[in-house]
Design a protein around this ligand. Sequence first.
Ligand code: FES
Ligand code: FE2
Length: 443
Amino acid sequence: MAVIDNESPDQGSESFLIESGLYTDEDVYQLELERIFGRSWLFVAHESMVPKEGDYITTFMAEDPVIVSRGNDGHIRVLLNKCLHRGNKVCLFDRGNAQRFRCSYHGWTYNNQGGLGSVPLLKDSYMGDLDIGEMSLPAPRVANYKGLIFACWDKDVISLEDYLGEDFRWYLDTFLLDADPLGLQVLPGRHRYMMPVNWKLLAENFGGDQYHFASTHSSVIAISQRPEAGRIVHSEHSGEHYSAEFTSEKHPPHGLLQLAVGEQFYQEDMNMANGLGAEAASWVTNRHDRLQERLGDLKTRPYSFHTANVFPNLSMVGLATALYGRSLIVWQPRGPMRTEVWQWCFVERSAPDSVKERMAFTLTQRQAAAGMVAPDDHENFERTSDNLRGWEARTVPFHYGMGKNSGSTSVLPELPGRVLPQISESYQRSFYRHWRKQMRQNV
Ligand code: FES
Ligand SMILES: [Fe+2]
């Protein structure tokens, strides 16, 4: 398959070019299901989505339907939502609380730990030929990183901690997972919608494409700078912003955008928090104190980052201010030119209600299905994807050559990872290099 077997197109050429077949080809897509999604840690849930024994949600690991179930023993498992008899789904609902899952076709019934518990007419029909005690729904490896539940079908995969990598975990912990003494709380419901676009275009955008912001999102920048609109995000142009990538031979590449460095971002948050009242202001101050403690005596003082991507298809958004709802997005692949977007809103559990409401509002207002930001992205992605249907258009590769020869030194060496200028295409190149390497591994 040419797009997999060719030498990396950046080698020996002026630019880093990506062939359009990576986004359109059904054979490439089928191989991705095996070699990318079958071998990577995939985000399936936050533990707060299944707080009690018997709680479950259904979701997907790429195209594979799974149940995230907290069994009667208190453990969270991930179970393939596919009956062992003839393949029907055993759970038809988005979420709930259940002791067992009963297949609607012939009635085989599984307990909430995945074991096959009963089969109709077992004695009279199978006459001793079926040992149901030995049968259970297939279950991938599961790991919990500070409440984020991931699963992986590859039994030999490296640990989730190693997969995320120490440097990226520092940012994840500092700005998301350890930022609140009580952790995160997922708000009820989620956004779920289909886009006619390959999943990779979405994932690499969130981890590495700050370049598009000023052009694609010019309308939201203009609106947010009008005095009567009130400040809803940090200005693109105030203070210092960077991006960062986390690459290693030991783990897949992860990337983040709009790493904000400096105290002025805290001041902007305080101005907004004062408008919400004393309780909000005091919470933002306490949050800032915790951050300062964590940063210790670092001379470089980051305050937040805005979006990130964990390879392959988990993106994060909204960490930019203390008053913006955090969001996890899974780009669920649905074919070479289709992606189903699943997006949840998280808030910090200890925040007062006024802040939680503000967080949910600002997220919904911006990077969400009907917000002022996400639809701008979607229009571009859909037009890009439409163009890939053209015979001639498909032969023209995509260009990822920005800053290709600018060296590999971090511009803020005191911080973990490789910190880059705000606008760069370095993470995207790392993403595709790793993708190609993993796609070639025929093990
Ligand atoms: S397919 Fe599930 S019981 Fe037959
Ligand atoms: Fe965007």
